[in-house]
Ligand binder design. Structure first.
Ligand code: ATP
Ligand code: MG
Length: 561
């Protein structure tokens, strides 16, 4: 019980208090309200995991509500991708709803407000209205249109609705208080004219409700008990409450929604603003919203991230009341940790050099049994072909090296993973002094797992390899962080794009073991001694493409040493 209490986050504590104060548990209801103007990113995942997590904890429904009040930037493509991403993360919404479902209801309520003298049409310029707004320390001044008659307001508002006015010429404002200490309460705009096609309501409307007027009312209509949003809306809470008060009918519905705020998830070495992510897409700095370098859910999925790792990350990073930045290394740690337990281990050589085993018969080949994971059960095994000529990584050989170099050097032995012990005898070099071929001999009795004395011989290094004759060529996309700066959009006089990492994508031709020929899009593997890789969506039957999800060791951290 006390264990349980300790693990409550502050939103859960608020809910527990409300329950203790008489809120019935079956009234709990949450929502996740994305605006369909971009793809979901790892910051949204925090909100998704929080809201859907509450749904699971309290066995309460969670609505997916598309907050589609701005027709200019919203598209069906985004709606589809958002649904796909939430499902992929493993969450189920109760109802799929749209703010635009409530346009008529919002309009009807607005007519009532106008009739009650609580809203008016203003046809000043936006500059004039901004000048009257005041400052946090100075009162605003009333609009000259504030005291229009109810009849005139109704007439003008209907003309706005009927498309008789130009965009930007008229707005409807709530009549609250131009002297209010909270600037949001100084006669906020409720409706503006936008002569744009809406992805759901088509051309039915040319006036669109503002976020504040829409959000609380939608929560009320759906009977959301706790409307959880990010900190920038804290100052909007007074307005949220004022709007809900206007339509709240205690006799009909018992529940009054409550807005509560938590800090946005920020991640180091990335940007999270949808506007900036869209810029990266539109300016073709990345290949699309699902480019594996993007912090989007679809980018992370294509990169090889698992839903499990993203949920674990959200959980571990937790939620906070204050703005903060989460280290991207935590995200990388979560995927490494997950794949370490789940990904089969195979062999691939990314930067090959040829090894000839001179005492191995020329036309012989063997199919060696190799476990997919030596440290856990249930992974099974596959046959790995071995022959006289193999590739190893260039960096795994040196002619001479000190005692700390446990890889291959002249006159010394290493074990080939799943195979034999070999000894480097000599090497061939090109005109530039680059090693092009290493000649080795093998110990015929040393086959791994054969049970012989020689197979149990301890040699310091174990190398991965592929048989040249059997290896399959594959394109491997090696990624680094997209930005070189910890806070790319945190510099006042520098554009975030100045910090784009020019080496964020390195495409190489690699050789992989033939078992990988049968792999499917998004299959994930550990390439032994290299890192975690997954099959990219560009892969075809005859053209394998892998993305490096994460290296085994963090090259970034090493650079900083
Ligand atoms: P916009 O600037 O377009 O409004 P947004 O990032 O607020 O962008 P929404 O689609 O409105 O995007 O967000 C949906 C929900 O996800 C909102 O409740 C929002 O508060 C939450 N959310 C968005 N970004 C983050 C983030 N970085 N961390 C946590 N929650 C977020
Ligand atoms: Mg938003």
């Amino acid at each position: 019980m006390s264990e349980e209490k300790k693990s409550l986050n502050f939103i859960e504590q608020i809910i527990e208090e409300d329950l203790a104060n008489g809120l019935s548990k079956d009234k709990l209801r949450f929502r996740f309200p994305p605006e369909p103007n971009g793809y979901l990113h790892i910051g949204h995942a925090a909100s998704i995991c929080l809201n859907f997590g509450l749904g699971l904890r309290y066995n309460a429904p969670v609505n997916l509500r598309f907050d589609d009040t701005n027709p200019a930037k919203e598209e069906q493509e985004y709606v589809d991708s958002i649904k796909q991403d939430i499902e992929w993360l493993g969450f189920k919404w109760d109802k799929e709803l749209y703010s635009s479902d409530y346009f008529q209801q919002l309009f009807d309520w607005t007519i009532t407000l106008i009739k009650e003298g609580k809203a008016y049409v203003d046809n000043q310029s936006s500059e004039q209205m901004a000048n009257q707004k005041g400052t946090p320390t100075e009162h605003g001044t009333n609009s000259p249109n504030r005291d229009r008659s109810i009849e005139e307001n109704l007439d003008l508002f209907l003309k706005m609705k009927n498309g008789e006015f130009e965009e930007g010429s008229h707005v409807l404002r709530a009549k609250i208080d131009m002297k209010h200490t909270n600037m949001h309460m100084r006669d906020p705009i409720m409706y503006r004219i936008l002569k744009k096609h809406h992805h759901r309501t088509g051309d039915n409307w040319c006036i669109y409700p503002m976020y504040d007027w829409t959000h609380g009312e939608s929560d009320y209509l759906e009977q959301i008990s706790h409307s959880i949003c990010t900190l920038e809306f804290k100052s909007h809470r007074d307005l949220y409450d004022w709007y809900v008060d206007q339509v709240f009918d205690a006799s009909k519905l018992a529940l009054r929604p409550k807005q509560r705020e938590f800090a946005r998830r920020n991640l180091s070495y990335t940007v999270m603003s949808k506007r900036k992510l869209l810029q990266l897409v539109e300016e073709k700095i990345v290949s699309g919203w699902d480019d594996p370098r993007m912090p989007t859910i679809s980018g992370l999925r294509r990169r090889g991230y698992t839903p499990n790792a993203i949920r674990k990350f959200s959980d571990t990073a937790g939620i906070s009341k204050r703005d903060n930045v989460t280290d991207v290394a935590l995200l990388e740690h979560c995927i490494k940790d997950d794949l370490n337990k789940t990904a089969p281990r195979v062999m691939a050589v990314l930067d090959p050099v040829k090894v000839v085993i001179t005492n191995y018969p020329e036309d012989k080949e063997e199919f060696l049994d190799a476990n997919y994971n030596d440290y856990a059960d249930g992974f099974g095994s596959r046959a790995v072909p071995f022959s006289r000529e193999i590739y190893i990584e260039k960096e795994d050989f040196r002619e001479q090296a000190n005692k700390k170099f446990f890889r291959l050097k002249l006159g010394k032995e290493v074990r080939l993973k799943n195979a034999y012990i070999i000894k480097a005898e000599s090497c061939v070099k090109d005109a530039n002094g680059e090693v092009t071929e290493i000649h080795c001999t093998y110990d015929e009795d040393s086959l791994s797992g054969s049970g012989t004395e020689a197979s149990k011989r301890k040699v310091k290094g174990t190398l991965h390899w592929v048989s040249i004759k059997h290896a399959v060529k594959a394109e491997v996309r090696v990624y680094d962080r997209l930005f070189t700066d910890e806070a790319p959009d945190g510099h006042k006089d520098k554009d975030f794009k100045e910090f784009i990492n020019p080496d964020s994508l390195n495409i190489i031709e690699a050789f992989v073991e033939p078992s990988l020929k049968d792999s499917k899009i998004l299959d994930r593997f550990q390439f032994q001694r290299l890192g975690y890789f997954c099959v990219d969506t560009d892969a075809t039957e005859n053209n394998l493409v892998f993305n490096r999800t994460v290296p085994l060791r963090d090259s970034w951290a090493k650079m900083g040493e």
